[in-house]
Ligand binder design. Structure first.
Ligand SMILES: *[C@@H]1O[C@H](CO)[C@@H](O)[C@H](O)[C@H]1NC(C)=O
Length: 533
């Protein structure tokens, strides 16, 4: 009885303290609210819709807040929509400058190299380098944005053509080109002279094969009376895609990422003519992808549908679609897949150890495909062995995986042929994988989706010194292990054999040593309840 008042008091104090802590937690929000806008990963995602009942905008100019920030020693203006701004919250100036690396800083060369390719600087640079190419009297506008990872020697372009006429399988752009010697255009590729890329992809080939420009375009404008405001028009955003093939997972993902970067940069870049970004977050729901190539497959269409559920159409389907109209408000010619920064430095080891761009796109795709990343950390270590059945097989894979299963009874080993699974099934498996193993190939693209603190193992054919997947693992912050395996014996003379097609055979002891290193690396993360033996 005597102790009762004091325990009652303890409870009262405890309740009070809990309430107090809860109140403060809500006051200050999560640490992510300290991240700068609009360059952080959270801001690269789609903006949430405004709350129900919020006031409609009266003055569209007020919808954008301009912040000044210093990146690469150049002062730029960036705008973002006000959907995050609440009148009760103080406006906030930029983060202290040393949060954004600048070229004046004494960064090592790799840090600058990495930031300009895999950090927000990549998108900001594209957004900054917007150039209008048409004289003002033109009926269309044709503005291009440029990345410049190669400095002066090469610029990669993406373009937005506005007020365009679609006729006879071509997009007609009524644009009288400005003189390429005008100061603001100097050093930028002219629309007749864009960078070319492998597999006949990218803006240059799309321009020559699927557009008419200048005087060739004028007759269609008259014919369809597109300048007459009463003429019905399609006010969506048509994105013209010419794929490298659509079959190879890595190549396809690079193209899809270049498309995402294109739409991101158009939302960041201010159109001088309107004073607003070329695209708003709302505009992204009006995106429709049109596939221009003739590759007969619809692989990865779910990823082309990321921004909008509008069906991805082939050019033939677009022509036949009853909703297709000759007068089109916006046509986007995206960055080529081959211009993707992830293609860079494939043969050199890089020490880029994180990437906001890669982690954002990973999150985007997982969310879009509704794949949960929640993990049961009490389950055994999951090891996934990619058993290629087509080219570049491991001829003794059965011997190796049997030995692995026997040696590690506590590791959950799955031997899979990814080709038999849907993309969603593949990625769902990978996000639950601790160690991903396979012979060099597109399956290693899945390093993109591996969970943090996992390990990637690459068995490289004979002398192949490719560093692409090693560098990707670095960008994801996951560990990487590799070894070389000789080509399997064959009647062909060695000189005529190409590693792309040849099977490999891997020594069992070398394999077990490689796997021991990889398995130990994930056993030492501190996740497991069991003792490491
Ligand atoms: C391992 O895979 C199983 C499914 O086979 C899954 O239920 C489990 O959560 C996975 N473990 C981890 C740590 O992801």
């Amino acid at each position: 009885m005597i102790r009762r008042p004091s325990s009652f008091l303890t409870i009262v104090v405890a309740v009070f303290v809990i309430f107090y802590l809860y109140y403060f937690a809500n006051q200050f929000g999560s640490p992510s609210s300290y991240l700068p806008s609009p360059v952080t990963d959270s801001n690269l995602q789609k903006k949430p819709p405004p709350p129900l009942g919020s006031q409609p905008d009266t003055n569209p100019k007020d919808r954008y807040i301009t912040v000044t920030e210093t990146v690469s020693s150049v002062t730029t203006k960036t705008a973002f929509s006000d959907s995050r701004v609440d009148s009760n919250i103080h406006s906030v100036a930029a983060l202290p400058a040393d949060y954004s690396p600048s070229s004046d800083d004494d960064l090592d060369q790799d840090a600058t190299w990495c930031e300009t390719r895999y950090g927000p600087t990549y998108l900001q640079t594209i957004a900054k380098n917007a150039r209008p190419f048409c004289k003002p009297e033109s009926q269309s506008q044709f503005d291009c944005l440029h990345s410049n990872m190669y400095g002066e020697s090469r610029k990669d372009s993406l373009c937005l053509a506005q007020n365009v006429v679609f006729e006879d399988l071509r997009f007609n752009i009524d644009c009288e080109l400005r003189d390429s010697r005008e100061p603001d255009l100097m050093g930028y590729p002219h629309p007749h002279n864009f960078q070319g890329y492998w597999y006949d992809t990218g803006p240059r080939i799309i321009m020559t094969q699927f557009t008419n420009m200048g005087s060739e375009a004028a007759p269609s404008f008259e014919k369809h009376a597109c300048s007459n405001p009463a003429t019905p028009r399609d006010d969506g955003y048509k994105v013209l895609i010419k794929r490298e093939g659509g079959r190879n997972y890595w190549h396809s993902l690079m193209e899809i990422l270049s498309f995402y970067f294109t739409i991101d940069a158009l939302q960041m870049s201010i159109n001088k003519k309107t004073g607003k970004p070329y695209m708003s977050p709302e505009d992204t729901s009006k995106i429709q992808v049109i596939i221009l190539d003739k590759h007969d497959n619809k692989n990865y269409f779910e990823l082309w549908n990321y921004f909008s559920p509008k069906p991805v159409l082939t050019l033939d389907e677009y022509v036949k679609d009853p909703s297709t109209k000759p007068c089109v408000s916006n046509v986007i010619i995206p960055l080529a897949g081959a211009s993707n920064p992830l293609w860079q430095g494939d043969w050199d080891p890089r020490i880029c150890d994180h990437s906001i761009i890669v982690s954002t796109i990973r999150r985007r795709i997982l969310k879009h495909l509704k794949i949960s990343t929640a993990r049961d950390l009490h389950s055994p270590i999951n090891l996934t062995f990619i058993d290629r059945k087509g080219s570049r097989k491991l001829t003794n894979s059965k011997e190796l995986t049997d030995a692995l299963i026997a040696a590690y009874p506590n590791v959950n080993v799955k031997v899979v042929d990814m080709a038999g699974l849907t993309l969603k099934e593949q990625i769902s498996l990978v996000v639950n994988t601790d160690v991903l193993v396979g012979v060099h190939g597109a399956g290693h693209t899945h390093a993109f989706f591996l969970p943090s603190q996992s390990s990637l193992v690459e068995i490289l054919p004979a002398d192949l010194k490719h560093k692409g997947f090693r560098n990707l693992a670095g960008l994801r912050g996951i560990r990487y292990f590799s070894d070389h395996a000789p080509m399997a014996p064959s009647d062909q003379p060695d000189r005529s054999r190409d590693w792309h097609a040849e099977d490999v055979v891997f020594d069992k002891d070398a394999f077990m040593k490689l796997m021991e290193a990889a398995i130990q690396s994930v056993a030492h993360r501190g996740f497991l309840d069991s003792d490491v033996s």
